[in-house]
Design a protein around this ligand. Sequence first.
Ligand code: HOZ
Length: 438
Amino acid sequence: MSTEASSGNAAAFQRAQRVIPGGVNSPVRAFAAVGGTPRFIRRAEGPFLWDVEGRRYIDYIGSWGPMILGHGHPAVLEAVKRAARDGLSFGAPTEAEAELAEAIVALGPSVQQVRLVSSGTEAAMSALRLARGATGRAKIIKFEGCYHGHADALLVKAGSGLATFGHPTSAGVPPEVVQHTLVLEYNNLAQLDAAFATQGAEIACVILEPIAGNMNFVRASVPFVTRLRELCTRHGALLVFDEVMTGFRVALGGAQSVYARLLPGFRPDMSVFGKVIGGGMPLAAFGGSREVMAQLAPLGPVYQAGTLSGNPVATACGLATLREIVKPGFFEALSKRTRQLVDGLAAAAAEAGVPLAVDCEGGMFGFFFAPALPQNYAGVMASDKARFNRFFHAMLDRGVYLAPALYEAGFVSATHGDAEIAATLEAAREAARAALRG
Ligand code: HOZ
């Protein structure tokens, strides 16, 4: 008798595994960290996903961040349909690309020009090349647990999917390729001081996720950001904020605007964006001052290109999304909703007598089965993984779709209303009672 499932998620997974490595096109989707069968999704609407078995889930992944308006927002769908009718790809410039670039530039003083690309990986990789080209230096600093896509030079002690598989650094990245990558502990001022004291004149840039979303949700401390800014300025290195997750998600102006509220006048030298600016289509961007961006081809000597860069359908989708999130009150409502969620999760855990530390900013959140919020990757790794995994499955069984690994942030959309938050918290109370005690 065949042991193969004939339908549903298990069958879909078996089928996919025959022709796709691990059955998935991005590792974290395989549920390797939490065990069990990944849900194969058939459709989505508002805050909900439906799997191939017809089960409905409240979605707190939101395609890992882009779906800030919820799934299938009518204005976004209309813009995509209209753009698709006009042509799927031209390989030539369009007015809409300038309009999207204007919308990105309008939202922060640090970005005077942007280049559009197709993925966060491509944006971070290009920003790195540009930083090296603009400074004429080779070394870069990144932080343990920060993920900046999978370009070789950045794939060292990264979080996200790599953490899931216990290989913080990928195979296939020769030591010579990462010899210029210095990896320091997140939020560690002493290590930062030491690196600049010994190698400051060789450092092209420091890249970080200002609120790290690839080791769950860990904020850079204000003293850390202050010191980063001082050291980069003093030594002529560029400070690169990777805002692929946080851009247009934690606030309209991204994490840099959150830090600028606390540190008046603060700005990074370059920024990397993705996710929300594509509204669910493959689109990302990197930007900075006019002077730095002028180093890019065709103006300058740093080469960077892409057949699908500024793709008209992706651009229309991103523009339609940004038009919605700039509306008055959007972020206030989203932040309130997200705060309601994390406070409710903390209360549910407290009722079950389990320590849970929570945090959120705008529409992005994290929670740790730990007595206090971690400050770095080691702290994240010390949180209770077994408890997270039990809670994850208990929530999934109750129709709540959280990220299938404790190393990932969560996302709330504008369509998560009172009813969805209440249902999630009811599930959390039950899950905490059933799966967390002991
Ligand atoms: N790198 C993403 C999580 N931080 C996963 C993307 C995906 O699987 O879609």
